[in-house]
Write a protein that binds this ligand. Structure first.
Ligand SMILES: [Zn+2]
Length: 197
């Protein structure tokens, strides 16, 4: 893959001028679809009208990072035992990184469901079994995470696959985490690697 530097020349199609010579320069680029600005990336500038007309491959990761930055949130008020399961599971995976693991663990599960590695039926059953033990006077606590657009889409897919609400869905995930990680040792090696990086 070729790396360009500021001042290098190329060619591109300019919407105003057609096929033109371009010069690479560092500029801020406004992304209309997300209304966010990617700061100081290398772009191809039309030599005739000075518009930004292209982006070299080396600027793509920076654009992608801004486009997919955590913007959506997953929120629910959950009876405390669900969050105790989450915290204890994170602690079992890595006591030194338990707090940072919370979001990663939930996203790991959402992703596993989205790629259909999990049987939804099993999670629904786990949820039923776990919820039976929770007394009605358990305090409720806020479960909230900022996630990328991609994870939010995966979460929404899971909400419809489970045929549950956005509040009920995290409960199914957390009940499954209890069965897999607290009652068993599923994914532990994989998750320990994830927690160490
Ligand atoms: Zn132009």
């Amino acid at each position: 893959m070729k790396i360009y530097f500021s001042g290098d020349k190329s060619k591109a199609i300019c919407p105003c001028c057609g096929l033109v010579d371009t010069t690479f320069k560092y500029r801020d680029v406004f992304l209309t679809e997300t209304k966010k600005t990617v700061e100081k990336i290398l772009v191809g500038v039309c030599d005739k009208c000075n518009q930004t007309v292209s982006t070299p491959a080396q600027s793509t990761p920076a654009i992608k990072a801004v486009r997919e930055a955590a913007t959506e949130s997953i929120e629910a008020q959950l009876p405390s035992p669900y969050l105790e399961v989450l915290d204890l599971a994170c602690y079992k995976i890595n006591p030194d990184a338990a707090h940072e693991m919370r979001k990663r663990l939930v996203l790991f599960y959402i992703h596993k469901y989205a790629t259909q590695e999990f049987a939804l039926k099993k999670s629904i059953q786990a949820h039923i079994d776990f919820s039976k033990k929770i007394s009605v006077d358990s305090p409720k606590k806020r479960f909230s995470m900022k996630v990328s657009k991609k994870s939010a889409l995966e979460f929404n897919k899971l909400v419809s696959a489970l045929n549950k609400t956005k509040t009920e869905t995290p409960k199914s995930i957390l009940a499954e985490i209890k069965v897999d990680i607290l009652d068993g040792e599923k994914f532990l090696p994989e998750l320990r690697v994830l927690s160490a990086v």
